[in-house]
Design a protein around this ligand. Structure first.
Ligand SMILES: *[C@@H]1O[C@H](CO)[C@@H](O)[C@H](O)[C@H]1NC(C)=O
Ligand SMILES: *[C@@H]1O[C@H](CO)[C@@H](O)[C@H](O)[C@H]1NC(C)=O
Ligand SMILES: *[C@@H]1O[C@H](CO)[C@@H](O)[C@H](O)[C@H]1NC(C)=O
Length: 391
């Protein structure tokens, strides 16, 4: 009697630990998952499935989740520990091309879907919103087009979204702030247009470089984003004024707004023990910013990289910049700055590198690396300051 119980226990254990004890275990994968995987494979062009790729090993004469995987399903997917459901699809960058089947939505236990660096095309199926356990979605470096389906904002578990390097267009979904678990979002190198909607509240890392975003940066877009560390919005068509609140976001470390059409910047002093103290790098180069160089940035205690190059700034370089203890690299070239640079920047003991060239400075000592690039011809500078008081 005891032996029989033992034998039963062993069989049940073997089923549950997926055949680790050598019994032949039948296919256990749920039929809806198998159907979805078959549809997924069927929508990939056979000519793009090379012999040693993961998808080539997806041979449905065996069960996808059954182990050991010696010849079939050797890579590209993983299953839940009970071998009944698929929980991860991470394809190899083997050059697969084809569209994405909406049936992927049947893989409801999927935690990771990573198809990056292939040649998938067509629209992103809005049915992906059914993947309520999805934490990572990467479609980076493919050829997806159309707009980002608004339904993906239903993905409450999503922590990382990477749709960069595709051909996505249209507006960003309006209800992006309902992505409550999202930590990282990279939508760079697409052709997204329109303004920024209110962002996910727990975001750490925002990158939407090289798109066609326009409009001004609104305070409501960033309101409550107390964990936001990185903002990369360079190479867009954003404009208007950059306001003081942006620099005071409590966790902000890197801000890259280069190559947009901003016309002004307002910066207040950092808040003691509060906003602005984490800010390390600010790039506002290649905009159309007018007015004086914002002196208050010199008071940000961690700021070590600052670029305001190629704007339309005038007046003197603020003395505050020479007093900064954190500044290591400073690019103010390509403006109309005049007068003598602060000794703290160009003196014998200064340790700041970068460039102050292509301005209207006088007495920029050539022994300083900051001053090696030439200043503007004096005719250009006279023209720029004609009829205006310098400061
Ligand atoms: C799938 O596997 C079976 C048995 O291992 C084999 O006979 C068949 O040729 C395979 N099919 C493909 C498309 O590789
Ligand atoms: C981006 O979209 C705009 C407006 O829809 C269009 O004029 C432009 O050609 C697109 N650019 C690229 C690179 O597709
Ligand atoms: C600015 O953007 C334009 C258009 O996207 C691009 O051609 C250019 O290289 C960019 N310049 C810099 C300095 O990034």
């Amino acid at each position: 009697m005891q032996n029989i119980i033992y034998l039963w226990a062993t069989i049940i254990l073997c089923i549950h630990t997926n055949n680790k004890c050598g019994f032949l275990v039948q296919g256990l994968t749920s039929s809806t998952d198998i159907e979805a995987l078959k549809a997924f494979k069927a929508s990939i062009k056979p000519s793009s499935i090379t012999p040693w790729s993961c998808i080539a090993s997806w041979n449905f004469t065996t069960d996808p989740c059954s182990v050991p995987r010696r010849t079939h399903f050797t890579c590209g997917l993983t299953c839940t520990t009970d071998n009944t459901r698929v929980n991860q699809i991470t394809l190899d960058p083997a050059g697969y091309t084809g569209t994405l089947t909406p049936l992927l939505s049947q893989l409801t236990t999927l935690v990771t879907l990573d198809l990056s660096e292939n040649s998938f095309y067509g629209t992103i199926p809005s049915s992906l919103s059914s993947l309520s356990n999805l934490q990572t979605l990467s479609l980076r470096s493919n050829s997806f087009s159309g707009s980002i389906p608004p339904s993906i904002t239903n993905l409450k578990s999503l922590q990382s979204l990477d749709l960069s390097h595709n051909s996505l267009s249209g507006f960003l979904p309006n209800s992006m702030n309902s992505l409550i678990s999202l930590r990282r979002m990279d939508l760079s190198f697409n052709n997204l247009t329109g303004g920024l909607p209110k962002l996910p509240p727990n975001l750490l890392d925002l990158a939407i470089k090289a798109n066609s975003l326009s409009g001004v940066l609104q305070k409501t877009t960033f309101e409550g984003l107390n964990q936001l560390e990185v903002v990369e919005l360079s190479d867009n068509a954003l404009g208007g004024n950059i306001e003081a609140w942006l620099f005071l976001l409590p966790s902000l470390q890197q801000l890259d707004l280069a190559n947009n059409t901003f016309i002004g910047v307002e910066i207040s002093r950092p808040v003691v023990g509060g906003g602005g103290n984490s800010l390390v790098a600010v790039d506002l180069g290649f905009n159309k910013i007018q007015g004086y160089v914002p002196a208050n940035l010199g008071a940000y205690p961690s700021l070590s990289f600052l670029s305001l190059r190629y704007n339309a700034l005038r007046g003197a370089i603020p003395l505050e910049y020479g007093k900064s203890k954190s500044m290591k690299r400073l690019f103010l070239d390509g403006n109309f700055l005049m007068g003598k640079p602060p000794a703290g920047l160009v003196g014998a003991r200064a340790e700041v590198s970068g460039s102050l060239g292509d301005n209207c400075l006088e007495g920029c000592p050539v022994r300083s690396q900051l001053c090696t690039a030439k200043q503007k011809p004096s005719s250009v500078c006279r023209q720029a300051y004609r009829g205006r008081a310098a400061r």
